[in-house]
Design a protein around this ligand. Structure first.
Ligand code: MV4
Length: 634
């Protein structure tokens, strides 16, 4: 390349860099995508003068500094501007780079922030002038309370919580900065009390978790009135989507497919009339519902006679609203839900789907992402529909759009959830995003920095919900104290739980104990890891659903990905567990001994007691050390 040519190219490049920098530093800069194109294009066009360009950027920074002498620290200004525009930037590192004129890595930092390098985890949102909250109050307990605490710690957000007396010794209460006792367990639903505490605590926002008040429009409304940010959509949107008939109508209007169905059904007579027109089987659903409460599959007029009032009263006691509506019932469907994120400025993206087909009595037990049932083409179509659904209602925050998928790959909107869901973790594993952190940032006014095309699904993740229930006894809830606890570990294993040895499982709440999530490059690898993790996992003192999960993870049809809504029945999973339980009983003690760590600690605990009461504690500790070193003793 000739000298003049080189010079020309350099001038052109300089121009591009200056242009790019101006874009970034300009508060009204064009989209991040445009900036990224510039950087990428430039790296491709002029790889040889890459470093020189960096020095151009640096000198640009220096000249800025010269133009604005005095107290203004242009370096800091640039750092904070870049922080506002770019995701995935480490503020400390950026400051270092900008202040060190010898450092050659500014461009790399910028490229990295754009995802040009292959990072494992990503931020999808950036906070502009808006600051993340100083303090959040958690209105929840257990696993999700701990999950939110962890997100707050990473964000540098103060985190306090409310708790019922039964949860006084829980991990979440211990890990929070401060916890306020609200009385007995039903007080988790006491809207006024919780908002009063949020005010007293000077919390800027309330995180409702899942369940409890997470989709309660009255709670969101009282938060709004009290100028406390409810971490979720507005009360108005919660109401609109909480009314399943309204939600269906809204979706249909925006081109999202829904099943043939009705508005509110006034009485049994009207129900029979509508059902005969729709043709049986139909499904009765609660207008204020969601999940499975108040739901009945109806095959005939006689069944309608039997089930209508039953469904009404179930809906009434679950939601305080007995209204029902009718939908055509689809057999052998799959339950596919799309995770979405929406910022306050109207931008919406989806993070792919979760397959939640394995359910029992409308309780999800195993979820996986991505779904084996979707091709890339269908994912794009359904994802588009999910984004349309969310955009239609001016949604904000994290949310889920649920679809049924039939044998012929037709999909139908069934409902939208406005909370962070129990199963959000599998999406985190395949997208590398921390959904709870993003949810909090979005509530604080962060902007989505990515476009749909930039979001990639990598690998595979499965979640097993481990409940304190006995799968051999019709999933009867099991209570008691966990006296032995050893969670699994290894690559691709994630345990999300507030469980520990000594944890008391009380009957006041739902029976979720721990979420076991396994990821891998492929579904096969994730399944293999899950099998291993389930075998390692030791929870003693209460019955758990681990035997159920083991049975499913070893089932041929599950391994092939052949699941529908009737998977558990068709594969006789519960029958197999009962058989297994009978033959396995004698093995149990032998298995226990294999777990050396817990066995040893138990042994030491028992051995030590009489010694430590007589002896000085230091001598006892020394004795324990020497026992641990001297393996021969055992
Ligand atoms: C349906 C359905 C068939 N047809 N709606 C909705 C909430 C979820 N918990 C179950 N739901 C269903 N709604 C129509 N019109 C079948 C189910 C269903 C189901 C769906 C996916 C996976 C497992 C299921 C088990 C029972 C019922």
């Amino acid at each position: 390349m000739g000298k003049s040519n080189n010079g020309k190219l350099r001038r052109k490049t300089e121009k591009q860099v200056v242009f790019f920098l101006n874009k970034i530093l300009n508060p009204l800069a064009a989209s991040y995508r445009h900036s990224r194109k510039l950087v990428r294009g430039f790296k491709k066009k002029a790889p040889l003068i890459y470093n020189e360009v960096e020095s151009v950027i640096k000198s640009h920074l220096v000249s800025l500094e010269k133009k604005k002498p005095g107290n203004v620290k242009v370096g800091d200004l640039i750092t904070s501007n870049l922080m506002r525009k770019l995701p995935n930037i480490d503020e400390g590192k950026l400051k270092e780079i900008v202040s060190d004129k010898q450092s050659p890595s500014l461009l790399n930092a910028v490229l990295k922030s754009f995802g040009a390098t292959t990072g494992v985890e990503k931020d999808y949102t950036v906070l502009g002038k808006e600051k993340v909250f100083k303090k959040i109050l958690i209105a929840n307990r257990g696993e999700i309370a701990l999950r939110v605490i962890r997100a707050c710690r990473e964000l540098g957000v103060g985190v306090e919580m409310v708790y019922a007396t039964t949860d006084k010794n829980s991990l979440a209460v211990k890990f929070a900065d401060k916890a306020y006792c609200i009385g007995s367990s039903p007080e988790y639903l006491n809207i006024k009390k919780i908002v009063e505490i949020a005010k007293k605590a000077k919390a800027e926002a309330v995180h409702p978790g899942y369940g409890f008040l997470s989709e309660n429009a009255d709670f969101a409304k009282l938060c709004e009135k009290s100028r406390i940010e409810f971490i979720g959509p507005s009360s108005q949107i919660i109401s609109a989507l909480g009314d399943k008939v309204r939600a269906r109508e809204k979706m249909a209007k925006h081109g999202v497919p829904v099943l043939p169905g009705s508005g509110i059904v006034k009485n049994k007579k009207q129900a029979i009339k509508i059902a005969s027109k729709t043709s049986y089987p139909i499904i009765l659903k609660a207008v204020a519902g969601g999940g499975g409460k108040g739901m009945r599959i109806v095959n005939s007029e006689e069944e309608m006679d039997k089930f209508f009032e039953e469904a009404q009263s179930e809906a009434n006691s679950a939601f305080g609203n007995k209204d029902l509506y009718i939908e055509k019932y689809l057999e052998n469907t799959k339950h596919i839900e799309f995770q979405i994120l929406a910022d306050k400025y109207g931008k919406v993206v989806h993070l792919g789907e979760r397959d939640c087909t394995i359910q029992r009595r409308h309780q999800k037990l195993i979820e996986e992402a991505p779904s084996m049932a979707l091709t890339d083409e269908m994912r794009e179509k359904m994802g588009d529909a999910a984004v349309r659904a969310v955009s239609a209602v001016k949604y904000r925050g994290a949310g889920t759009v649920e679809f049924l998928l039939d044998k012929d790959n037709n999909y139908y909107f069934i409902e939208m959830n406005t909370r962070i869901q129990v199963e959000h973790g599998i999406t985190e594993m395949v997208t590398g995003v921390d959904l709870v952190k993003e949810q909090i940032k979005l509530a604080a006014g962060a902007k989505l920095a990515f476009k749909q095309e930039d979001i990639k699904i990598n690998g595979f993740a499965i979640e097993c919900r481990i409940n304190a229930e006995d799968p051999a006894e019709d999933f009867l809830p099991s209570t008691g104290t966990i006296d032995n606890y050893l969670p699994p570990g290894g690559p691709g294993i994630r345990v999300s739980s507030a469980c520990h040895a000594g944890h008391r499982v009380v009957p006041h709440f739902d029976s979720l104990l721990t979420l076991l999530i396994c990821s891998g490059k492929t579904r096969q690898e994730a399944i293999a890891r899950m099998r291993g993790a389930l075998n390692e996992y030791m929870i003693e003192g209460v019955k758990t659903t681990i035997p159920f999960h083991k049975a499913v993870l070893n089932n041929k049809n599950f391994i092939k990905g052949k699941m529908t809504t009737s998977f558990i029945e068709e594969n006789k999973i519960l029958e197999n567990i009962k058989k297994e339980r009978k033959t396995r009983r004698e093995l149990k003690n032998g298995q226990k001994i294999l777990v050396v760590t817990t066995a040893v600690s138990k042994y030491l605990e028992k051995k030590q007691k009489p010694i430590s009461t007589r002896q000085n504690q230091w001598v006892a500790a020394g004795r324990q050390d020497s026992m641990e070193q001297n393996e021969g003793m055992f």
